[in-house]
Design a protein around this ligand. Structure first.
Ligand SMILES: CC(C)(COP(=O)(O)OP(=O)(O)OC[C@H]1O[C@@H](n2cnc3c(N)ncnc32)[C@H](O)[C@@H]1OP(=O)(O)O)[C@@H](O)C(=O)NCCC(=O)NCCS
Length: 154
């Protein structure tokens, strides 16, 4: 996904076994992680976990989603978000905010995030370098709040 899309904040060589081990461990310990499978293959993954501090424990952060390039545009991303937010709604009353950051050019991502209840919360100007062009672009922080959640799982 990182090689092809540029939607992830990491370059392919930065997606190491150590990085994956770390986020799987943290997500299983205090956060959430879901994998979509089809025909015995992994089609996509979403995970998120809070920061360690007591004052930030209500915030599910470090959110990352990746759908296999051949499986994109077929509803897998939406299914993964439905699973994550459904679990937050049903089983994690301690979580009242879910947050993510997406680069401004990731329009497809933002459309999906807004449709499942996230709202844009300003912009981090020149916060990330575009993988393809090498130019700086804005990062967009987005948040989902339990207090304004009326949608339920689609
Ligand atoms: C962003 C990403 C997770 C979306 O997952 P996906 O499985 O492709 O998305 P879905 O098929 O579930 O589509 C969900 C919504 O995304 C939008 N979308 C999907 N494909 C699209 C396309 N080709 N063009 C425009 N919008 C599209 C639509 O709003 C769609 O809503 P709909 O179900 O009402 O049609 C996926 O494309 C991906 O992994 N991209 C690369 C990595 C990345 O950007 N990660 C996020 C970093 S913040």
């Amino acid at each position: 996904v990182s090689e092809i899309s540029g939607g992830l904040a990491r370059l392919p060589n930065e997606i190491t076994v150590d990085y994956v081990d770390e986020f799987v461990k943290d997500s299983l310990a205090t956060g959430l992680i879901f994998v979509a499978e089809g025909d015995g293959r992994m089609l996509g993954e979403i995970h998120a976990y809070p920061y360690g501090q007591w004052r930030l424990k209500h915030v599910l952060s470090h959110l990352t989603i990746a759908v296999h390039p051949e499986a994109q545009g077929k509803g897998v991303g939406r299914m993964l978000f439905d699973a994550l937010l459904g679990d937050v709604r049903a089983n994690r009353p301690d979580i009242t905010r879910v947050e993510l950051i997406t680069q401004e050019s990731n329009v497809r991502g933002q459309r999906l995030y807004e449709s499942v209840g996230f709202r844009r919360e300003g912009k981090l100007e020149q916060g990330i370098r575009n993988q393809q062009s090498g130019l700086l672009e804005n990062d967009i922080p987005m948040g989902w709040l339990r207090s304004r959640d009326t949608t339920g799982t689609r």
